[in-house]
Design a protein around this ligand. Structure first.
Ligand code: HEC
Length: 133
């Protein structure tokens, strides 16, 4: 009597498990290298102490904005920012422009971007509702 020892190869199926999550992640897209890096630094609430228009804000605007935003300025911009009521009237456009790093417009006439502390002062004051303080 012959015994057939049958070796039955069992194919062990190695199932590649479904990709475990991170397989498809790619590097974040930072955009073109020359893109201006504008900080995402809008205060979420009115800072304490509130920057003062008279002693903190007005000197910045006078030095950094009014050079263009007045008749006869470096570039004649559409409205004046020379008085408190000018700035207050346009406060929401001013906030947008400063936050987006669009103003002061950096140009060949010599205007430069705001420093970090000028930016912090202006944005903080605007978030407080642009008080006449
Ligand atoms: C180099 C000149 C220059 C400087 C400095 C400058 N501006 Fe302007 N600004 C302009 C001109 C020109 C326009 C109109 C054309 C444009 O929007 O580019 C303008 C437009 C604006 C507008 C209206 C934008 C809109 O379309 O609603 C706001 C708000 C503004 N400026 C705020 C500011 C503030 C705040 C500063 C200072 C922190 C400032 N600008 C400094 C030249 C300047």
């Amino acid at each position: 009597m012959r015994r057939w020892l049958l070796s039955v190869p069992v194919a062990a199926a190695l199932l590649a498990s479904a990709a475990c999550g991170n397989g498809g992640m790619s590097a974040p897209d930072y955009g073109p290298a020359e893109a201006v890096i504008c900080p995402n630094d809008l205060p979420s609430s009115c800072p304490v102490p509130t920057p003062s228009y008279a002693s903190d804000v007005q000197p910045i605007i006078a030095q950094r904005c009014v050079i263009c935003h007045e008749s006869g300025g470096l570039e004649v911009a559409p409205f004046d920012l020379g008085t408190y009521s000018d700035v207050f009237t346009d406060r929401s456009a001013v906030l947008d422009q400063v936050y987006a790093c669009a103003m002061p417009r950096v140009d060949s006439a010599g205007a430069l971007p705001l420093t970090e502390s000028e930016r912090t002062t202006l944005l903080g004051w605007l978030v407080c509702g642009a008080p006449q303080n």
